[in-house]
Design a protein around this ligand. Structure first.
Ligand code: COI
Length: 354
């Protein structure tokens, strides 16, 4: 469908914003007042509508509950210095959303509905955007298969929803990681590059085991030999070895992280050397033994940059120097935040100001 008029809004009569303690936000806890809903049936997307955030009523036979046709995005909006709203890298998120939906055989949301839906929803709930440092309005667009019936097939009906939530970054302190060599996250030809729910659900069990051993997250290795590093938990991972940022290259097993791309781009602009290439567990271990590794950090929309303090490799804990404002990752994060909040010029056309 084409959007011919403005998206219709049914406003809440009772805002919940007073229930939120913006000085003590928790990731995923509070949802803003409104959500966008748009349905696909009879082969097309229908008119989107913004309504008060509320529960859904769905048949237990709804396909999304059974065969995993669910895809989501994770984005952020910021308040700029002059009080405007900046939705960060809307185009790159949309492109990845399309790739995920296609991989899962799901109806692709038209760009106009995605962009206008985000713009209208975020502008409506602008007062939910936190002003505290390191906080943002997290945006969760997602699609679920809504055909009723449990026959094992591609759904012919879908629902697109967007809701938003004021969040801090996921990790408030440096994290500990364990290189995982038994379980895998993604295999060649699979869905690792897609943001489908199953990738996250499948990661819970190995992560739970790592937590029981005292680590915050795992570092995933490749599915064939468990020799090459892929991602960490729900983030991409970067190492600073010598004076170079090194990160595994994108592939069909690695998510094309928007923060990953943004930080590599900023680093290159600053003249920092970057390498996107396979990193073996053996190389990482040697870098610790030779004292050439100076930083490691997870990167993602929710986490922004999560500094790492310890990595367990083949049952040995290796420690990184304490995180400080001198770290390259800190400087990159500061630069990214300044661009997103309009304090610094956006040389890259990443800002979508509403
Ligand atoms: C993100 O970083 O935005 C993610 O999607 C990870 C997680 C919150 C599921």
């Amino acid at each position: 469908m084409e959007l011919t008029t403005e998206i219709k809004i049914r406003k809440t009569s009772h805002s919940r914003i007073r229930e939120v303690d913006f000085a003590n936000l928790q990731f995923g806890k509070h949802i803003s007042d409104h959500m966008l809903i748009c349905d696909y049936y009879d082969g097309e997307w229908h008119e989107p509508l913004i309504v008060p955030f509320a529960n859904l009523s769905l048949s237990p036979a709804t396909m999304a509950f059974h065969y995993g046709q669910t895809v989501f995005e994770g984005m952020k909006a910021f308040l700029t210095e002059d009080g405007r709203v900046n939705i960060f890298r809307i185009d790159k998120h949309y492109d990845r959303f399309v790739r995920s939906l296609e991989r899962m055989c799901m109806a692709v949301v038209p760009k106009e509905i995605f962009v206008e839906g985000l713009r209208t929803l975020v502008a409506l709930d602008k007062s939910w955007i936190p002003r505290q440092p390191d906080c943002a309005l997290y945006i969760r667009p997602f699609v679920i298969a809504t055909e009723k019936g449990f026959g094992v097939k591609v759904s012919s009906e879908y629902r697109f929803i967007i809701f938003t939530s004021p969040v801090p970054s996921v990790y408030s302190k440096a994290i500990t990681l364990k290189v995982e060599t038994e379980f895998i996250r993604a295999a060649r030809g699979g869905t690792g590059f897609a943001k489908c729910g199953g990738n996250y659900g499948g990661a819970f069990y190995p992560t739970l085991l790592a937590r029981q051993q005292g680590y915050d997250q795992v570092i995933w290795t490749d599915a064939v030999q468990n020799k090459f590093i892929e991602e960490s938990g729900m983030m991409n991972i970067m190492f600073v070895i010598g004076d170079t940022i090194i990160t595994p290259p994108l592939s069909d097993t690695i998510l094309d992280g928007v923060t990953r791309d943004s930080l590599l781009t900023i680093a290159r602009t600053l003249g920092v050397k970057t390498e996107e290439r396979p990193v073996s567990v053996v190389e990482l271990e040697k870098a610790f033994r030779d004292n050439t590794i100076v930083e490691a950090f997870g990167v993602g929309t929710a986490a922004v940059i999560a500094p790492v303090k310890t990595i367990n490799i083949y049952d040995t804990d290796f420690h990184l120097p304490e995180y400080s404002h001198e770290n390259l990752s800190h400087k990159l994060k500061q630069k990214l935040e300044r661009i997103r909040t309009g304090k610094e010029e956006d040389l890259y056309n990443w800002s979508h100001v509403v």
